[in-house]
Design a protein around this ligand. Structure first.
Ligand code: ARG
Length: 457
């Protein structure tokens, strides 16, 4: 008989029982469930609601179950509806009436909310570690390739030369903001619903702040209805995961492009590439593609939870049982993808010469040539038009700006002098962008130092 079976005469059939169960997904929060129960029993004993001996028996029994689960020795019974039932039933079978007292002043509604909040905090903490490691790798790759020049793009067309390190650090800052979002999700989860009971609170003299303290929550939720009803902190977690996957997908897209023979900017290590079953020459960036692809499922997880929670009346509804798989999936997916990305970046070869030679093509010096004229007194708009015409002329001839002679340049404007050649060198162009946050070598070195500071916290 189910633990709630007292008022029932008939039972559900096996399929219906299975349909209503959440045991499989709940197993991921078994340890959190036990932590919650130990805190509850401890507080009950301190408040004189249960005896000290009962508390001791409960704590010992739950600790034993915790170890068995950890070791994979615990026998799960599929007839148990969820993890709360499975653990409480096993405990009571083992220790008798003390076990049957554990659920005093508690409901599965505040119990499950407590478990999920503890789980969400654990997931955020793990993801923050993975995020930190990925950012460390990005900073290292930037440092190792500090002065490597590559084409910078807009619209995927050559725009202006930039440093590869600057490009890597752009991702560093995106993932730094992702860390902030994960931290915000942690903080949102960090509130104690235990003691809300089913929905209304309870007549037992519970000390809710004590379980808050015992479970390491930073605060106690002030409204029992809200405590058992809302899952918005899981949305925060899934949103943080979705944004970070979006950032990863952009980097993946670039890795796919850069490792193609058309670009040739990087060579992925064999350990992060796969071959083709038919084309012997193939070396595919599968792991970048797969990460890019997994972004979709994490977006889906977020959308699923938003939809599940939509229009639910207060307080607990069984719909909420559906809220656990998505965040677990999103967190596992992001955690795996960040680890894969870190490994892929750490082991790839950066083809600095290819990047540099590409940086000189596609008229990416045009802005600097126009700036040259502007700095010699020509209004910038006019200079823009002069250089535009030069580009058109070069295109007709099939050459680059650097192939024009000084005499040809001076025909376009008298302001051109010998020193114009300095404005055509991609490394010089990048170096000259000295403003804070710009791609100049010194500016990027300063930026890297700033990035490193954020890794220390
Ligand atoms: N398995 C349930 C869930 O995950 C636990 C809470 C059940 N509460 C209830 N009143 N049926 O949401």
């Amino acid at each position: 008989m189910a633990l709630w079976g007292g008022r029932f005469e008939g039972g559900v059939d096996a399929f219906t029982q299975e349909f209503g169960a959440s045991l499989e997904v709940d197993k991921h929060m078994a340890q959190q469930d036990i932590r919650g129960s130990i805190a509850h029993a401890t507080m009950l004993a301190e408040q004189g609601v249960i005896g000290a001996q009962d508390r001791e028996a409960i704590v010992a029994g739950l600790s034993q179950i915790s170890q068995e689960i950890e070791a994979g020795e615990f026998v799960w019974d599929i007839n148990d509806e969820d993890v709360h039932m499975a653990i409480e039933r096993t405990l009571t079978e083992r220790i008798g009436t003390a076990g049957a007292r554990l659920h005093t002043g508690r409901s599965r509604n505040d119990q499950v909310a407590t478990d999920i909040r503890l789980l969400a905090k654990d997931l955020c903490a793990e993801l923050l570690e993975g995020n930190h490691e990925l950012r460390r790798v990005l900073a290292d790759v930037a440092e190792q390739n500090l002065d490597v020049v590559m084409p910078g793009y807009t619209h995927l067309q050559h725009a202006q030369p930039v440093l590869f390190s600057h490009h890597m650090l752009a991702y560093f800052w995106m993932f730094t903001r992702d860390a902030r979002r994960l931290k915000a999700a942690f903080d949102a989860s960090d509130a104690n619903p235990l003691g809300a009971a089913a929905l209304a609170g309870t007549t037992y003299p519970l000390n809710r702040d004590r379980t808050t303290e015992l479970l390491g929550f930073s605060r106690t939720i002030p409204n029992s209805l809200d405590a058992v009803s809302d899952r918005d902190y899981l949305l925060d977690l899934e949103y943080a995961c979705a944004v970070s996957m979006m950032h990863l997908s952009r980097l993946c897209e670039e890795i796919v492009l850069w490792s193609s023979s058309e670009f040739g900017f990087i060579t992925l290590s064999d350990s992060y590439s796969t071959g083709s079953s038919i084309m012997p020459q193939k070396k595919n960036p599968d792991f970048a593609e797969l990460t890019r692809g997994k972004t979709g499922r994490v977006y889906g997880d977020l959308m699923a939870l938003l939809t599940t929670c939509k229009s639910l009346p207060l307080a607990y509804n069984k719909d909420l049982q559906e809220c656990k798989e998505g965040p677990l999936d999103a967190a596992r997916t992001l955690g795996d993808c960040m680890a894969i990305m870190a490994g892929m970046l750490e082991t790839m070869k950066v083809n600095a010469n290819v990047m540099l030679s590409q940086a000189g093509t596609g008229f990416s010096a045009a802005t600097d040539v126009a700036d040259y004229l502007a700095k010699h007194g020509m209004p910038f708009r006019e200079a823009h038009a002069v250089v535009g015409h030069l580009v058109l002329e070069c295109e007709k001839r099939g050459c680059g700006l650097e192939d024009l002679t000084l005499a040809e340049l001076r025909k376009a404007s008298e302001l051109f002098g010998e020193d114009i050649m300095g404005s055509l060198d991609p490394a010089g162009i990048a170096r000259a962008r000295t403003t804070y946050g710009g791609t100049g070598n010194d500016a990027v070195a300063a930026q890297l130092a700033e990035a490193r500071v954020t890794l220390r916290v």
